[in-house]
Design a protein around this ligand. Structure first.
Ligand code: IMP
Length: 185
């Protein structure tokens, strides 16, 4: 759950470190090595990020791959919009056809799972040859719908986290670490 809105002009405290920059780097290198191996024989790999949160992770992950990879993006209605839980809207669709491609969906965090479930179903329906999910963070205890995560960075507790792409009202995305938002921004 997203914390209640605070006064954005109020004093800002640095979020408590949950996953440090070094630990992110190390784990992302491991994930990239695994992905590199698994897709070594792929004819066409397309990595698809979900805007905006996944951008920092996607860039760092893909820079470590040695195999050719195309990049595309979805944008969905974000946390805090007036949508009901489970109602996910596509705001920006991918530009490329993914028919016959191996698709790697890259996401910052899987919470209830509704966003990813919707996107995964859509990608399969559009004729991708294979679809796998790479998620940096997994809030497994919050899951409402089943979403298989093929490449998982870290499982975390039910905390509202920010940094490394994740925001609280668009703030904190540029932190180099994953922090816990405890109010006060
Ligand atoms: P889901 O559809 O509930 O799995 O939500 C996934 C989306 O919710 C993520 O892509 C994030 O944008 C957002 N989200 C979920 N938990 C957090 C959090 O702890 N911090 C920031 N954003 C979050």
């Amino acid at each position: 759950m997203k914390p209640a809105k605070q006064n954005p002009a109020g004093p800002r405290q640095a979020p408590r470190v949950l996953i440090a920059e070094d630990d992110l780097d190390r784990r992302i290198a491991e994930l990239a090595a695994e992905i590199d191996r698994d897709y070594a024989d792929s004819d066409r790999l397309v990595a698809i990020g979900v805007l905006k949160g996944s951008v920092f992770f996607l860039v760092d992950l893909l820079k470590r791959l040695t195999i050719p990879v195309a990049v595309d993006f979805f944008q969905t209605s974000s946390y805090g919009d007036s949508t009901e839980p489970g109602e996910v809207r596509i705001r920006k669709d991918i530009d490329e056809s993914i028919r016959g491609a191996d698709v790697l969906l890259v996401e910052d965090i899987v919470d209830t799972g509704y966003t990813l479930r919707t996107i995964l179903d859509l990608l399969r329906w559009r004729g991708a040859k294979s679809v796998r999910l790479c998620a940096l963070l997994d809030k497994a205890s919050r899951r409402q719908v089943e979403v298989p995560i093929d490449y998982r960075g870290f499982e975390i507790e039910d905390l509202f986290v920010v940094g490394y792409g994740l925001d609280y009202n668009e703030i904190y995305r540029n932190l180099r670490y994953i922090g816990v938002y405890e109010g006060g921004a």
